[in-house]
Design a protein around this ligand. Sequence first.
Ligand code: PLP
Length: 385
Amino acid sequence: MKPIPYGRQDISAADVEAVVAVLGSDWLTQGPVIPRFESAVAELCGSQFAVAVCNATAALHLACRALGLGAGDSLWTSPNTFVASANCAIYCGADVDFVDIDPATGNMSVAKLAAKLASAKKIPRVLVPVAFGGQSCDMKGIGKLAKKYGFAVVEDASHAVGGRYDGAAVGGNQYSDFTVFSFHPVKIVTTGEGGMLTTNNPELAAKAALLRTHGITREPEAMPSPWEEGAWYYQQVDLGYNYRITDIQAALGLSQLARISEFVARRHQLADRYDALLAPLAVHPLSRSAEAYSAFHLYVVRIDPAKTRRTRREVFDFMRAHDVLVNVHYIPVHLQPYYQRRGFHPGDFPSAEEYYQRAISLPMYFALSDEQQDYVVATLTEALG
Ligand SMILES: *Cc1c(COP(=O)(O)O)cnc(C)c1O
């Protein structure tokens, strides 16, 4: 039997055709497909602007730069995330701190955020809530606190493209300044490597687009000292990067977007099936929020130590040995050696640490068949003893 991964892309014949068409065109990068991909994502999300970049890590960095995050500022995020959600602050010379999670959902706890803000010596400039596994945080609660304390919100929705919150698509930025998506192959739709920023603020969108290409502009109105040299002329007006995506990648993304509702609907079927099949076992799925329609990037269960003597490590190793390539999301970011060197310690965020001890991510992707899922459940049943 072929091993069953925890996540996997689904590439159709139409996807392949779209990519091949770009390869035969005049533009491999900075051509007409990137703006079409951006418009399609903006439309999907109901956001005014979308800026496509080479990956979500770059998108997080550009969001922080566009918001003016810098030395002396701080950014708060969840410890239960990929390291990129925190690293973006350090790229800007700012400090990072974390807000502990609600272990029921794996998302940042808004009660803990409120308590931390109330006693903080310094209010963060930027908050990065992460839609863990594809389920939005309590964005209304976060939005209220953002207004009260005056910080910006960058929603790390790397897991959540195609999800909904409070009746609207994730990425519409009703409660945030920016939303970030990732198009890595394990996520919901893919471009190979790729990311996107959405925002409703025209200045922030322009700033992110400028920094995506070296801080270089060709538009005279964006130049502090315009002078007419000729059609070759450009000015570097800020320090940016080469964070561009290619037309080849954008073509794949645009083609994939046509199936996004199908992708997410199948993930929901699989999640509902897991919920039913796992109910008798010594595991607990994450709880679902009534306001969110998750994109179900991940299906995480927590092992119940009162109901099995098997440790997470034993369960994990058993599954892997039986060709079920389970994974763990996430090692708390503050426990990484780099962050411990910056002053964080075990015990700082106990809910994230305790959650991490028990969490295991089961296979979850569009093409996972019911039969494969049955095999995953049977293997897990055996693993739990
Ligand atoms: C995948 C991921 C990222 C980084 O995405 P890339 O596109 O690989 O840079 C950032 N944050 C979270 C929560 C992620 O899962």
